[in-house]
Every structure is written in C-alpha cells, then in structure tokens.
Design a protein around this ligand. Structure first.
Ligand code: SF4
Length: 340
C-alpha cells in the first residue's frame, strides 16, 4: 500500500471515500507509520511579503482586487523586515519559512528581491519556500540556482470545478508552473482547498491530479475554506469535518511519502478533529498566531496540543515553551491564510 503510484483511477479513490471511517483511518495510519517518523510534526511559518492588489480573481481570496472588500495592497516588504520576521519564526521553532506574494506572476525584478530574501532565510538555517504565482521556465531556474527549497503553487480544486472558482487563469497554467518548478529541481508544494462548493468527485479528482504527477509533491497543504467577507465563496456551506479528515487520510494513502499539511481552517477545528487528522496522516502545520485576514491557532495552544498528543516538532532541539509574539509583531506578520 505504501508503494509509489501515479496511476490512480477515479473509481478506486471514490471507493476509498466510501470505506467505513475507522477502517480508512486505520489504513491511512498504517501507511503513515511505514513512511514517516511516528508522532512528529513539521511546523512552517508563512509570511506575506506583498499583500493584496492581486489581479487574479480567486473566488475565496480577499487579496483579489475583484473581491467586494479587497484588503489594502502593500508594497514588497523590505529585506530588514523579512530578516526580523524570519528570526522570530526561527525562535518559535519553525524549520521552514514560506514567503508569499499576491502576484499573478512576478517580474524579473521581483525575482531579484525574492532571491535576496531566500538568502536571509538560509542564513538563519531554515528551509525556504516561496509562492509568487505563475513562473516562466527561466524564473524557476533562477530560483532553483538561488537554492530555494520549495515552491508552493496550489491546484485548489478539480480541473472540472476550477472555472467556478477562478476565471483569470486555467488549470493548465497551474500545471505548467508545477512542471517548470519540478524540472528546475525545486521541491513541489501543491494542494487544495475544501469547501469551495465542490463535490466529493471533485475532491477525489484533485487528489488524483496531485498523486498522478510524475513525482508526488513533497508537500500537500489541505486547506479548509475560511470564508472571507466580500468574496464569492463567503456563504458556502462548510465542509463536514469527517469529510475533511477522510480527505487527509486518502491523501496519505495516495501519496505515502508526502508531507500532508493541515493548513487554513485549523483555528475553527476542535482538538479532537486535529488529533484525528494527525492520526490519518497529517504531519505538517502552519504555525503562527495570526493569519493574514483570519486568526490562526496560537503557538502556545499548538504546543499544548502537541504535548497532549505526545507529538514532537521536527528539528526542534529546544522544546521548552517558546516565546509568544508580541501584539506589535503579530500585526506585522502577515501569515497567509491560503497560499496561492
Ligand atoms: S489566492 Fe493568490 S493568486 Fe488568487 S487572488 Fe489571492 S493572492 Fe491572488
């Protein structure tokens, strides 16, 4: 069950969704412990280095200029500020620092600046990840040469449901960027959002798109939609937590070696739901007190939960209580709600 496969068919994935819940979780847990260290969780911090003013029309995102109440656009963050935030993330125990910019695609000048930011993250001894929108093949190569570890580019939902969520780009655009990233040697981070009005078939098809790539993404963030006022998906029906947990379990079974990340929406989940997600194979979380436009679980609460569950943070050699961010710093840290 833990062998690499990239020939998943819709019927077998739907069969997984139909399995009795406990049986599915048990199977996913078996795959998980065969392929990952038990009870370990990776923590990553997200920083928005350029917020708002995005010309894309993702129907869930308040950074889009098409949303009814778009958040104010900011210029690209200074290198000093990035250094300050990255140091804080490191102090909090993060081992990966992700930086996101609300661009459709970065200019070459933007890439020059981002490369300097990547250097700062590496100098602090953390892994780097960026999410900057669509890339050309050359830009992917330049980022790869800078030593960038991961590039995030989410598929969001199934190919069929995509046009109901975004109209300013198409699915193939997304897949092209993923192809350039993979070809350049950068590791791939790509996942989706549940609660976009998609059907179970769409969820299965999203996982098939990810698992049937030539190589599985090294990270797959699974977001639960956080409804943002003024966006088209604000009034969507909330996805059931059991269905969310099922999707985590099936991601684990289909992509055994991948880090499956609990991303946006964790703040509204109970400890028990999160515990079931970890049992089902989630082994990575976004860490930080505040998300871009919504609150996230506090570092203290996360540490308390990890301790209750007997889980350890990957790469954390100093597991005593880490300092909390000050209110002022919280305001300045724009941890992305959903990375693009
Ligand atoms: S999700 Fe990303 S690409 Fe889409 S509107 Fe928001 S910032 Fe832009």
């Amino acid at each position: 069950m833990s062998n690499f496969r990239n020939n998943w068919e819709i019927e077998e994935v739907l069969d997984l969704f139909d399995k009795p819940f406990n049986e599915l979780l048990y199977d996913a847990h078996e795959v998980h412990i065969e392929n990952h260290k038990k009870d370990m969780v990776q923590v990553c911090t997200l920083l928005s280095i350029k917020t708002g003013g995005c010309p894309e029309d993702c129907g869930y995102c308040s950074q889009s200029i098409h949303s009814e109440d778009p958040i104010e656009a900011t210029p690209l963050m200074s290198l000093d500020e990035v250094r300050k935030q990255a140091k804080l993330a490191k102090e909090q125990g993060s081992t990966r620092f992700c930086m996101g910019a609300a661009w459709r695609r970065p200019s070459n000048k933007n890439i020059d600046r981002v490369i300097k930011m990547i250097d700062i993250v590496h100098d602090l001894g953390m892994e780097s990840c960026v999410t900057l929108g669509m890339l050309s093949e050359d830009q992917a190569l330049r980022l790869s040469k800078s030593g960038l570890n991961y590039y995030n580019h989410n598929l969001d939902t199934s190919r069929e449901h995509y046009t109901k969520v975004i109209s300013t780009r198409n699915y193939q655009d997304r897949l092209n960027t993923l192809k350039y990233v993979r070809k350049s040697g950068i590791k791939v981070c790509s996942g989706g959002i549940l609660g976009l009005g998609e059907s179970r078939d769409d969820r299965a098809k999203l996982l098939i798109e990810l698992a049937n790539l030539e190589q599985h993404p090294e990270s797959v963030p699974i977001n639960m939609l956080v409804p943002m006022e003024g966006t088209r998906h604000y009034s969507n029906e909330k996805i059931e937590e059991l269905e969310f947990i099922r999707t985590i379990a099936i991601s684990r079974i289909m992509m055994p070696k991948t880090y499956v990340r609990l991303s946006a929406g964790r703040e509204s989940m109970t400890e028990s739901t999160q515990a079931l997600c970890f049992y089902a194979g989630a082994n990575s979380v976004f860490y930080g007190e505040e998300l871009l436009t919504a609150p996230n679980v506090s570092v203290e609460k996360d540490r308390e939960l990890f301790s209750k569950l007997g889980m350890k943070i990957e790469g954390d050699n100093n597991p005593e209580k880490k300092p909390s961010l000050t209110k002022k710093v919280q305001k300045k840290i724009h941890n992305l709600k959903l990375i693009s």
